[in-house]
Design a protein around this ligand. Structure first.
Ligand code: HEC
Length: 127
């Protein structure tokens, strides 16, 4: 194989790997729904406050703003507006993102976080 052919093959396989990675980074909402039921539903629901606040419309919402839920002072006074990046940081290590918060759970797997966030994104407040 000459070096040009080699480079071409390399470029094509890199593009494939990147496409696969991007697809994954976007997360799978249906897997996220199952993960939500397994790992979040003990404390959260989409519609109602429980141990944790309701999640309807959480993506794009200001942190600490679910109606009638009593947040920690730390989350209440944070300037966070939840987007994918901040939700990822929260789920990876809530205490690192907002010291003094009161959610006692973290999700070490980046795959699972991406799937969970994809699911939360489908739970919009306006429908
Ligand atoms: C053991 C109970 C518990 C579990 C399990 C739990 N949470 Fe929480 N969560 C909380 C509590 C309590 C808060 C409020 C934190 C505060 O006020 O500092 C919270 C807050 C949040 C917030 C901030 C919401 C807002 O309105 O600002 C998000 C987002 C969140 N949780 C996502 C999740 C996801 C996704 C899962 C599952 C992977 C999960 N939580 C699992 C208890 C839990």
């Amino acid at each position: 194989m000459n070096s040009r052919t080699y480079l071409l093959i390399l470029a094509v396989s890199l593009a494939g790997a990147l496409a696969a990675h991007t697809a994954h980074a976007a997360g799978d909402a249906s897997v996220g729904q199952l993960l939500y039921q397994a790992k979040c539903a003990a404390c959260h629901s989409i519609q109602y406050n429980g141990v944790g606040p309701a999640h309807l419309g959480v993506v794009g919402r200001k942190a600490g703003s679910a109606e009638a839920y009593t947040y920690s002072a730390a989350l209440n006074k944070s300037d966070i507006v939840w987007n994918e990046k901040l939700l990822d940081a929260w789920l990876r290590n809530p205490e690192k993102l907002v010291p003094g918060q009161k959610m006692g759970l973290s999700i070490p797997s980046a795959h699972e976080r991406a799937d969970l966030i994809a699911y939360l994104k489908t739970m919009k407040a306006d429908h």
